[in-house]
Design a protein around this ligand. Structure first.
Ligand code: IVH
Length: 705
């Protein structure tokens, strides 16, 4: 490469890495593997070393990823939050060891080896034994304040016990156990929501959710791995973690002091295999110098400590042969191509199938039947095909042609502009779609017919007793009792469950209809706005888009749904069966006065219970949220509300009103012009970072970590 080419490559690598950082940290939806990312970063590091003339302080080699989002308050870290240098090779690890020995000028120090949890980094500040603040890493200098969300993590100690320091920081990783993640994804699927690719993404995505009540429903877990506390008694890392454990923090038991490099290597070898027996994902091992004085002696590079390193495990890969490609049809008609492989052993299981995602992915790999392929099980639960060994390609192989028609019903597939997925448009009679729709309809968050499951749906379809979910309401006892393995009691329970579902409110019936992109929240919004299925059917695209959080894509799906004759017939059948196809008088919207406005209700009130107040906000078209962010419109402050919330809301200049003022607003007396109750703190949005605790060394620069 000449200099111009090098410059170009450097620029393109920087742009690419920034994009990947954004996808990983902010969106929690990475599109490449950690390994591929690390290789790109390594290439950039090398080029920047060789060509210092193209140096740039803004390069991703100099910065920590960055997860800051505009929805949260950004707060400066008391101690800088570093990332770790990493390596995939034992030779490089040996070089790290040599650097440490040389840096310290002696060999009688100790390492601590720990698991590298594959989750989301978090820094907690505890004052007098209680959590005061939780920050994400952000760009390492400042992070997002996610305290309210972190408080919902089940194993986070609410109140510490024992002899803890009065004010300290502790850092760790929020993650999800694999089983909990799979359960959560299954539930999402049931609700028609897209699943997360792996536990790490779902943990990261969850921490950045706006609704803490939603966060609380997600099964997050926590391990702490670094204590920062003042005092001579807190200078040993291993000892600190044992103390933290005694105060009530979750600390992993898989941690070991090592005196020699060989012991470190043994720990790594052990966990490279044993990691599959853990109930959560790790992506490597972290090696740290134990003593804090020695850590300080070694210091930092721009981005990482010189006293620690992460040894990362390569995603396990296997080589096998692609025998065929088949296509799966989901409830919404989405087509997923699946690679059928010659069975191969990989990371503790036999792999026969792997995901191919979509047509573009197949084209990118230039995949052909008979190809020798590499299969990887990274963080993803379903293995994926990552490449082809072209040298082994059969001479007569042909490029793969993507399916043109639905494998289930033969209908030509469609792919909408801008979408990666193909769809089967025959939602009226494509078998997996109609069956899937019934399973969705009876689901817990829709009609909640718990006397039925996916198996009974299959039986009813196979016996020709139903063709869609509306047919459930004309089933008779004589029909149901004839089903395979159906006892009298289950038959009457099943019918009772169906009958009881007629009481389900309109917003859940609407969700149950299974309109593409109309999940639980959207259904609620549409139901509240239009109040009946007839009004919704008549709504124009403009009227739909005018509803808070309803975009063009959702609006088009709603219009598409009602444009199909068979859907209107099903709706008529449901009406005839007596389902709620409109809001009850008491549920209906009272006004749309607060359309587009968000409220946070906090504290205790004299005239309302908290739930009543929330219901009143919704009835007037407003939205309830559970944490303070710059997007919040009103904080309704009751007695005994948390001082943190109040402080944060003041800092952001959010309107803080009393319940009496709220009542005035809904009576139309005060309208939208309420002044904040208390602006005495003088905080402004720009001040908020500056006002956070300054660094310990008081020089305004971040130090140590
Ligand atoms: S120590 C300055 N220990 O891995 C040292 N980090 O790739 C701070 N991680 O930013 C980190 N397990 O988010 C440490 N046992 C462990 C860890 C760990 C996972 C994460 C952490 C860190 C990232 C670096």
């Amino acid at each position: 490469m000449n200099e111009t080419e090098v410059k170009k490559r450097i620029e393109s690598l920087r742009a690419e890495l920034k994009e990947h950082n954004y996808k990983y940290y902010v969106l929690a939806q990475p599109s490449i593997s950690d390994y591929d990312f690390d290789m790109l970063l390594e290439e950039l590091t090398q080029l920047e070393k060789e060509y210092p003339q193209f140096d740039d302080p803004d390069s991703p080699t100099r910065k920590v990823g960055g997860d800051i989002t505009k929805e949260f308050v950004t707060v400066k870290h008391r101690y800088r939050m570093m990332s770790l240098g990493n390596t995939y090779s034992e030779e490089e690890l040996k070089e790290f060891d040599e650097r440490v020995r040389k840096g310290l000028g002696r060999d009688d120090f100790e390492y601590v080896c720990e698991l590298k949890f594959d989750g989301f980094a978090i820094s907690l500040n505890y004052v007098n034994g209680e959590l005061r603040q939780a920050l994400t890493r952000g760009d390492g200098i400042q992070g997002d304040d996610v305290t309210t969300n972190i408080r919902t993590v089940k194993n986070l100690p609410v109140r510490l016990k024992g002899d803890y320091p009065a004010d300290f920081d502790i850092r760790g990783e929020v993650f999800m156990h694999r089983a909990a993640f799979e359960r959560m994804n299954a539930e999402r699927e049931e609700e028609g929501l897209p699943g997360f690719a792996n536990p790490r993404n779902s943990a990261a995505g969850t921490i950045k959710m706006q609704e803490s009540s939603e966060v609380a429903k997600r099964p997050l877990d926590l391990f702490l791995y670094y204590l920062i506390a003042d005092g001579p008694e807190y200078r040993g890392h291993y000892e600190n973690l044992q103390k933290a454990k005694s105060w009530g923090f979750p600390v992993s038991e898989h941690i070991r002091k090592c005196q020699t490099f060989d012991e470190v290597i043994n720990f790594i070898h052990h966990w490279d295999k044993a990691r599959h027996d853990l109930s959560f994902d790790i992506d490597g091992v972290v090696i740290k110098v134990n003593n804090y004085d020695e850590q300080e002696e070694l210091g930092f590079t721009a981005k990482t400590p010189r006293w620690a390193i992460a040894y990362k495990f390569k995603a396990e890969a296997a080589v096998t042969v692609l025998e065929s490609v088949s296509y799966q049809v989901g409830r919404t008609g989405a087509i997923t191509p699946v690679a059928n492989l010659k069975p191969v052993h990989l990371a503790g299981t036999t792999v026969k199938r792997a995901s191919l995602y979509n047509e573009d992915q197949i084209k990118k790999l230039d995949l052909r039947i008979g190809d020798t392929v590499f299969v990887e099980k990274g963080g993803e639960i379903i293995p994926k095909v990552t490449g082809v060994d072209i040298s082994k390609r059969p001479a007569d192989s042909e490029p793969l042609e993507y399916a043109k028609v639905c494998p289930e019903c033969g209908t030509p597939l469609v792919r909408k502009p801008g979408e990666a997925q193909h769809y089967c448009p025959n939602d009226a009679s494509c078998d997996p779609q109609v069956r899937g729709k019934v399973v969705h309809f009876i689901g817990r968050k829709a009609m909640d017919i718990d006397s039925m499951g996916a198996e009974s749906v299959e039986l009813l379809f196979d016996a020709g007793l139903i063709k869609n979910y509306a047919d459930l309401y004309s089933l008779t006892y004589d029909q149901v009792i004839q089903l395979d393995r159906m006892a009298e009691k289950s038959a009457s329970n099943l019918l009772l469950g169906i009958k009881k579902s007629k009481e389900i409110p309109f917003e859940r019936v609407l969700f149950g209809l299974g309109i593409r992109m109309v999940g639980e929240t959207v259904a609620k919004k549409l139901a509240r706005k239009f109040a009946s299925i007839d009004a919704l059917e008549k709504a124009s695209r403009e009227e739909l888009i005018a509803v808070d959080e309803i975009g063009e894509k959702i609006a088009d799906q709603v219009i598409d749904f009602f444009a199909q004759e068979h859907n209107c017939e099903i709706i008529q059948q449901l009406k005839d069966a007596g389902l709620h196809m409109e809001m009850e008088a008491t549920e209906g919207p009272v006004s749309d006065q607060f359309e587009g406005k968000s409220f946070l209700v906090s504290g205790v009130f004299a005239n309302f219970s908290r739930d009543e107040l929330k219901a009143s906000i919704e009835a007037h078209g407003g939205r309830n949220v559970s944490s303070v962010s710059s997007k919040l419109d009103y904080l309704i402050a009751g007695d005994k509300m948390g001082p943190e919330k109040l402080k944060k809301a003041e800092a952001l200049g959010i309107k803080i009103i009393s319940e009496v003022e709220y009542m005035g607003m809904i009576e139309g007396e005060i309208k939208d012009e309420v002044e904040p109750l208390d602006t005495a703190s003088g905080f402004t949005q720009d001040d908020k970072v500056k006002n956070e605790t300054e660094n310990k060394n008081g020089d305004g620069q971040t130090s140590l970590f």
